[in-house]
Design a protein around this ligand. Sequence first.
Ligand code: GLU
Length: 608
Amino acid sequence: MAHVTRRLVAVTAALAISVTGGAVATPAFADPRETVKAATATGYGGAVSTVDPEASAAAIEVLRKGGNAADAAVAAAATLGVTEPYSAGIGGGGYFVFYDAETGDVSTIDGRETAPDAMPKDAFIDKATGQPYRFTPELVTSGVSVGVPGTPATWERALDRWGSMRLGDALKPAIKVATRGFVVDKTFRQQTLDNKLRFAAFTSTSSLFLPGGDAPAVGSVFKNHDLAETYRLLARKGTDGFYYGPLAAEIAATVQAPPKTARTKLPVPAGHLTTADLAAYSALDQEPTKVDYRGLEVYGMAPSSSGGTTTGEALNILDTFDLSGMSTAGALHHYLEASALAFADRGKYVGDPAFVDVPAAALTDPLFGKERACRIEPLEAAKKPVAPGDVAAYDGVCPASVAAPADEKDTENISTTNLTVADRWGNVVNYTLTIEQTGGSGIVVPGRGFLLNNELTDFSTVYNEADPNRIEPGKRPRSSMAPTIILKDGEPFLALGSPGGSTIITTVLQTILNRVDLGMGIADAVAAPRASQRNTASVTAEPAFIDAYGQQLKGYGHTLTPSGDAFTSAAEIGAATAIEFLPDGRMIAAAEPERRGGGSAMVLRPSP
Ligand code: GLU
């Protein structure tokens, strides 16, 4: 693949129609815009991988001007808020993992959304029927599923802790892209069309994202002046401009009385979020999870995300097997089984540690992993769901059989976004951020240019005292986001992450397996077809995975079902980004070659 640093593309008048917040304007102009994507880039001096060339270019611009990885990550994330507004933005939350080259420490920020203080435990029960709301149509498009956004606070905290730039400077590239517009590609148009019914339900959303009643055309230029103005507000006032004052009041009012169009038939239950909830929000400094895998130190995101404990537990299980000495199908069988076991424990034990006692140390203890590994038969898939282990009593010795719990339902979709950045000093960021569903709650804050999340749908719908992920006021719903940084001999080896709901965990796990055990280079490890076993009767798998391994895995007793999304026909699992660090100082930035229309990898100084 060609190694690309910065690509400037002049959009011609013939190609582009300028779209601004609903008005179709003319004509286009020859501003440079980043549209060309390379899935792999190798070189020195800094690297970035995101799903979008405008966002990757923003990070490279910051790195080139002397900014560090934290600065560049915020610049890229803010730009994704413009060009990937259905996956991420200031209306959502996420998890930021940072490797500090000076101290050698890996640290994290938990920027997860929180439940409003007034959220009742039966918030997801329909008062009219006494029955739980369905995910579609009630919960996904609602005020009741909007959590207090954590993304602005995460950016500010990351810059305070590790950045060299002020928030206003880190937002500049994004303000530029929002103002001059970006070129609409097939993915953006398709995601808009997939959300058309939801977006049309709100006056604010339809006027921004359905100009003239249709999704913006491929090749047109989409501008978001409202978002540029909101970013300017953050640049002037810091995040106080978001969590206090008029914008905070507007966010609360929008959640409590979503701006529905007269014609919509969507129910749109109202939410409980108040200005006091916004004022009370903080992004949290968190210790990462850490496990050793084949001599590598794997750092992940601790609860409130289940990402670090679940990938960590699965890696501890897999560490007890010689995967590289097995056939590929044999190694994949072990991967699927380890993942199911780790998901059983995720379901039983993981929630927001501010509210429930999460046994994170036990879940990532190699001895616990060793005991859980006893459950894997070398040639035969276990009946799913498998039972959780006992974190209170384990000794690494294989126990007698225990009964399995009820089947766990788990979501998968293709929302969320991940970005990976490294700088010339050796600092590394992996940051996963989201507004939950593609298109979030579907609700744009009127006149502000961004969508609100529907992250609270990650809580269990029905309240149950024994469930660590039950609804509680002020609580963070359990996430699956798994931003990961891996060190080898104390130096960065690999940083990676992915979107994809609960498949995030398996995508990160499988990519590590591909790279570390199956001998793939990082670009191939990211591109390879995926399968996801989340302790359900059937393994969800991309069609190419089923073509390649379906028959053999059937021989082990696995049932494979093609992946798909409730909202789209996409059969993709995840959209990963990664950077690998070579011993000679080069960095390989890797993005998806195909999924989500392909991602964008760039380096500061390309080299062979
Ligand atoms: N809400 C999901 C989580 O935190 C992320 C959204 C997605 O990728 O589907 O795990």
